[in-house]
Design a protein. Sequence first.
Length: 417
Amino acid sequence: MATASASGSSASGASRSAKGPKESIFEWEGKDKNGKIVRGEMRAGGEAVVSASLRRQGVLVTKIKKRRTSGGRSIKQKDIAIFTRQLATMMKAGVPLLQSFDIVARGSTNPRMTRLLNEIRNDVETGTSLSSAFRKHPMHFDALYCNLVEAGEAGGILEALLDRLAIYQEKTMAIKSKIKSALMYPVAVIIVAFVVLTVIMIFVIPAFKEVFSSFGADLPGPTLFVIALSEFFVKWWWAVFSFIGGGLYFFFESWKRSERMQMVMDRLLLRFPVFGNLIEKSVIARWTRTLSTMFAAGVPLVEALDSVGGASGNAVYAQATEAIQRDVSTGSALTTSMQTTGVFPTMVLQMAAIGEESGSLDHMLGKAAEFYEDEVDEMVKGLSSLMEPFIIVILGVLIGGIVVSMYLPIFKLGAVV
């Protein structure tokens, strides 16, 4: 089966150089010279090429099927993290690199991830370095990932660097997951409250309006206001939803594409009550974890800072990292440069200073990352109980205010009677 794969790769290279027909991946099954059932896959221009190649290897082909090139869910960061952990584990166990890719690709439940791993494997099999093969897929493997793999290849410690990279990704994903879980509850409540208010405005208040029209008396001001609001909503609901939907789309697209908008929003998020402190600690945890991982891998400090700013996930810290990189490249100490930016807490500065003086910067930054990761964990645990009273008050004011406004005329009528 390994021979078939090699032949498939050579056939693939020949067809690419000759600019022949578009190649696809074919899964095949057959019997070898001893009658044993063998299976495999091959990249080729057609079934005839696969069949001829296998016949030359003494394989009696019984089935050839073209693999579907579409379908499957998109590749997430979690898929890459799982792949990195699996690859690191198998390489530490002594499994050869190409065989490790085969095992991981076959075990993946995502067809797109399987195709991606097979493409990388084929590139490595034809002589491309692993880091160069990863760089061909920048959407899934960022500069930090590729730089660490390249450092591992150069130093002959690829399995150790992959293990460190897997730990880094797992820690980063854990922080993001905690932030999402903290935000999920208030966002879900806001959505439910909006749906409830919409139902009240469109269906409930018009029914009350018909009842009030038979009273023949002046209605209280709050009731008139709510009725007017309901009439506007019933008449222009499509415009309201379009405005809200379009506004949210434009806002998030601007946030994603405009550097100036990213800077404004990221700065605002850091100052946001309660959540700002949580976001700041998570950003610092990612920043210190990234720099610790890069520096421990032997990447020079100035080059390591290239990846740190983007990995922090905050434009304010990305800008600060650029300033730190400029200062460090001119001979300034890391701690002095960090202090100049004014965005790092005293504890991180002290840990970095101790690390620089003792020659254990990666270890001290790793300790700082662990501290802030624990802080994020504790904040998330207490945030849900802290948010509940605020959410109850907001919902009480909105929905309770509407209900009281609609019952005021009834109370007034009862007082008259």
